[in-house]
Each structure stands twice: as structure tokens, then as C-alpha cells.
Design a protein around this ligand. Structure first.
Ligand code: HEM
Length: 200
């Protein structure tokens, strides 16, 4: 990742993490979402609040790990890595619980539920590879994990685009639950494949 991409990812991540914390802790929770979503969150406040806080931590910490200056300080990289791991574990489990009450029917619930599972799994495999000293494997799983964390950003980019295009919310929202993360993973797989076929 080049320097411009690193800063762009960091700024977009800060923006969405800031949105989550502001919208759920400074405003009445759910005031920024559709009435059906607000009602579901009001009925199950713990899962959405835990999800927002823990996932925001993952979104704040994750991009820092791509900065060479951070990775060069191994203790810092390791400490941030464990904070990220705990944040994803908590945010992912709460995200999985939230998937059961998500707006958009079965298609949206399946999309968010699967995202939560692959997010948890990729992050666990990244930590396991690092602990085993397999840093090449660690890097690939960490990239996959963050591509999934970044789904929080891509979801809101697509959301704004569909709204600006005048597509009705109930039509595009179930699609977002898949669109926010499947292309992100495909981009990473393309980079991994390219590096494998033509090693640097
Ligand atoms: C990557 C794995 C993630 C999964 C599986 C996931 C899952 C979910 C689900 C199922 C919902 C409920 C959607 C609905 O009611 O229709 C939700 C909402 C939400 N999530 Fe996540 N999420 C993830 C990442 C994140 C991250 C990294 C953040 C960063 C802050 C975040 C912040 C939020 C917020 C603020 C909401 C409430 C809806 C809104 O105000 O836009 N999520 N998430």
C-alpha cells in the first residue's frame, strides 16, 4: 500500500469510527438510521452499542498497522495487534448477534452474518500465524481481516451513492450487506495472487 492509500484508508476509517461513536453516544441511539432499524436497536440496545464501540476501536487501530513506522516498532505493532484482535472478537460477536435483527430480511441477515464469521476467522488466523512465526501468512490474513473491517467504510460509500442515485432504501439495503465486503476481499485476493504469480 502506498503512502497516499495509507492516509486515505486512515482518514476514511477515522470518519466512519467517529460517525459510529458520535451517532450512538452523543445523539439518541438510532437517530441517524431508518425507523425500522431504530426500533430494532431500541429493543436490543446492548448488542448494537457493544458492536459500535468495539468495531470502532478495530477501525481506528487497524489502519495504523499499515504504516511502516508503526510496524518498525515491533512492540507497538504487537500491542496494537492484540488490541485489534480483542476489538474484532468483541465487535464481530456483537455484529453476529446484530445480524439476526438487521434490516433487509434474510438476504441482509445472511450477508452481515457471514461477514461477521469471516471477519472473526480471518483475524484469528492472522494472530495464529504471527504467534507461529509465519509472518508471510500473517500478512495475508491481516490484510484480509482489515479488508473486512473496512466494509464499514465501503458500506457507507455505497449507501451514499445509492441514495444520491435515487434508488429506494429497501431495494438497495439487502444488497449492501454483501457489496460492502465481497469486492473488498476479491481485491485482496487479486493482490495475493499477483504477488504469488510474480513474486517481488
Ligand atoms: C466487519 C464486520 C462487521 C459486521 C459483521 C457488522 C454488522 C453489523 C450489523 C448486522 C448491523 C445492523 C445493520 C441493520 O440494522 O440492518 C451493523 C450496524 C452498525 N455497524 Fe457494523 N458491522 C461490522 C463492522 C463495523 C465497523 C468496523 C464499524 C465501525 C464503527 C461498524 C459500525 C456500525 C454502526 C454505527 C451500525 C449502526 C448502523 C448505522 O448507524 O449506520 N460496524 N453492523
Amino acid at each position: 500500500m502506498n503512502a497516499i492509500a495509507r492516509w486515505l484508508v486512515l482518514l476514511l476509517s477515522l470518519g466512519v469510527a467517529g460517525y459510529g461513536l458520535f451517532a450512538y453516544f452523543a445523539l439518541p441511539p438510532g437517530s441517524t438510521v431508518a425507523p425500522e432499524m431504530r426500533a430494532a436497536y431500541a429493543a436490543h440496545p446492548v448488542r448494537i452499542l457493544v458492536h459500535v464501540v468495539a468495531s470502532a476501536v478495530a477501525l481506528l487501530v487497524g489502519p495504523l498497522q499499515f504504516f511502516p513506522a508503526v510496524r518498525a516498532q515491533r512492540h507497538l505493532h504487537r500491542a496494537l495487534g492484540y488490541i485489534y484482535f480483542v476489538a474484532v472478537a468483541v465487535g464481530g460477536l456483537a455484529g453476529l448477534a446484530t445480524a439476526f435483527i438487521a434490516y433487509g430480511g434474510l438476504v441482509a441477515r445472511a450477508g452481515f452474518g457471514l461477514l461477521a464469521l469471516v471477519w472473526l476467522l480471518s483475524t484469528f488466523l492472522a494472530v495464529r500465524a504471527a504467534r507461529a512465526g509465519d509472518f508471510a501468512r500473517h500478512e495475508v490474513w491481516a490484510l484480509r481481516s482489515f479488508a473486512l473491517t473496512f466494509a464499514a467504510v465501503t458500506l457507507r460509500i455505497y449507501l451514499g451513492t445509492f441514495m444520491a442515485a435515487g434508488v429506494p432504501f429497501p431495494v438497495f439495503y439487502p444488497l449492501l450487506a454483501w457489496l460492502c465486503w465481497v469486492p473488498n476481499l476479491l481485491v485482496i485476493e487479486w493482490f495475493v495472487l499477483r504477488a504469488t504469480v510474480a513474486p517481488r
